[in-house]
Ligand binder design. Structure first.
Ligand SMILES: [Mg+2]
Length: 169
């Protein structure tokens, strides 16, 4: 069943909900983050002040951060550099490769690492293949190309089903 690969463990409204308290409650010491539409839009080449402050709070309590993105080397490294965290561009998500490299770079185990992203078919699937938990946020701003619209259309029934399940619980 595809659920095994695309069902997130956490549904959040925004990356802002990943707080030191959230991490402590869920035994999270390492966060692997998608960039585009998860933390910023495609139009933000560098971390916003809010993203920088958000990471500062996590770092203060020992939570590590890394980036795994399918975007280009230049974009991803430019975004990660000001924060000084490991970054893996062109990661080929839904491959688990980037996730495993990120965990290796952070020295984190599967049980303590969570992936934060906006897409079921790339972000969540890469996390699940690597055997870690995944949190999903609504995309900040959708790209409106045909390719992206098609991907969202494929995701929608899954997302609706998961939302319904949560209402029942
Ligand atoms: Mg994304």
């Amino acid at each position: 069943m595809l659920d095994k690969y695309v069902k997130p463990d956490f549904f959040l409204d925004s990356f802002r909900e990943v707080t030191p308290e959230f991490c402590r409650e869920n035994g999270i010491t390492a966060l692997i983050c998608d960039i585009d539409n998860t933390l910023v839009t495609y139009d933000d080449p560098e971390p916003t002040d809010e993203v920088t402050a958000w990471y500062g709070k996590l770092r203060a309590v020992g939570v590590k951060l890394s980036f795994v993105s399918n975007n280009e080397v230049e974009r991803v490294l430019r975004f990660a550099e000001p924060l000084g965290v490991p970054a893996f561009p062109k990661s080929g998500k839904p491959s688990k490769r980037g996730v495993l490299m990120a965990m290796n770079a952070m020295g984190s185990g599967k049980d303590e690492t969570v992936f934060l992203g906006d897409q079921l078919l790339t972000d969540v699937m890469s996390a699940k293949r690597a055997g870690i938990r995944a949190a999903v946020v609504p995309p900040i701003k959708d790209k409106t190309t045909l390719f992206f619209r098609a991907k969202r259309a494929i995701e929608r029934p899954f997302m609706n089903k998961y939302k319904k399940e949560r209402e029942i619980l």
